[in-house]
Design a protein around this ligand. Structure first.
Ligand code: SIN
Length: 328
């Protein structure tokens, strides 16, 4: 049996095109299919060492517009391929803007027995495929090297020669090709000339493949969890608006609030959140600081809201959605 490496396309700038090759910002994302992208990857054939490539276009989308149902479609295809014996790993080409959300969702929900043996590597680009100097082909080659690394496992993100874990990775720059960072944890490793150099530990996988143990949701069952930020001059108006019935949205089930400093919340907004909690809405606090996490209980926190374990707001939102769903 020939071993196989799978590439799944989700769209993004890596698949984007602009009217001129010199234009790295005025492009349209998600235009080129994953099969065509593969043709531009430098050194892919020697890297593959005789393995076969399978590819499939799952979505063709600017990742800012992704829906939960798109995550579900990707989950279906990744699970399908991981379960095939002679598949060594899966590479996903994806937009940078919500890459960390997709990576975290997959890390919470893919079966651990598969992730333990086979990595899922998300990669991306900050410059479109039509650029004179595109970064996507090199990132795809690096992602393939990680996906074929025997020790690699879990859900990983590869960009600009760095390997990040799904739990820590965050987009931190709107333009630089080295747009991702893993904060205090740092990258787990580097890719140099097609070789992986480990700097830390591959991600630890918990029993269910998920820190939460949640089922993967059917398209109509995603609980609505909103994200808001506390700031000087904050009011309770946004919280009250979230609680109102909206024909276009499911009833609110949870709120993640990115608090100031150690997760503190403006007293007026906090009062509104307490009212929301009394109505059964789950509230999770994270810190809006770029580094660190909420430590201990905050003296000024009256809400008793659970402080997320160092997750960013967007990831805490996914965690809360999965947790609510698993309890429904
Ligand atoms: C996207 O996230 O799909 C567009 C932006 C990017 O990939 O850099």
């Amino acid at each position: 049996m020939t071993e196989k490496l799978v590439f799944l396309g989700m769209g993004g700038t890596i698949a984007g095109t602009a009217a001129s090759a010199g234009d790295n910002v005025g492009y349209k994302a998600a235009q080129v299919g994953v099969q065509a992208l593969l043709a531009s990857v430098p050194g892919l054939v020697p890297l593959l060492g005789g393995r076969e490539v399978l590819s499939e276009q799952v979505c063709q989308i600017d990742s800012k517009d992704l829906e939960h149902t798109d995550w579900r479609s990707l989950w279906d295809r990744v699970s399908h391929y991981l379960a095939i014996d002679d598949v060594s790993g899966v590479v996903v080409t994806h937009g940078t803007d919500t890459l960390e959300e997709t990576a975290y969702f997959l890390s919470c929900t893919l079966p651990v027995e598969l992730l333990k043996r086979k990595p899922v590597v998300l990669t991306c680009a900050m410059r479109p495929a039509s650029s004179l100097t595109p970064d996507g082909p090199g990132n795809m080659a690096d992602a393939a090297a990680v996906a074929l690394c025997k020790e690699a496992h879990g859900v990983l993100v590869v960009c600009a020669g760095k390997i990040h874990t799904a739990a820590h990775v965050q987009k931190v720059h709107p333009y630089r090709t080295d747009a991702f960072d893993s904060g205090e944890a740092g990258p787990v490793g580097l890719v140099e000339e097609g070789r992986v150099r480990l700097l830390g530990d591959w991600p630890t996988l918990t029993a269910s493949g998920s820190p939460i143990g949640s089922p993967v949701l059917p398209s109509d069952a995603w609980p609505r969890v909103e994200l808001l930020i506390s700031h000087a001059g904050a009011t309770g108006a946004v919280v009250r608006a979230m609680l109102e019935t909206d024909a276009d949205a499911a009833p609110l089930r949870g709120i993640v609030v990115a608090g100031t400093g150690n997760g503190t919340i403006h007293k007026i907004m906090e009062s509104a959140l307490l009212e929301a909690q009394e109505q059964g809405i789950r509230v999770v606090r994270v810190s809006r600081c770029a580094y660190g996490q909420v430590v201990g209980g905050s003296a000024t926190d009256r809400s008793g809201a659970f402080a997320s374990a160092g997750l960013s707001g967007v990831k805490a939102r996914i965690g809360l959605m999965l947790e609510i769903a698993s309890q429904s």
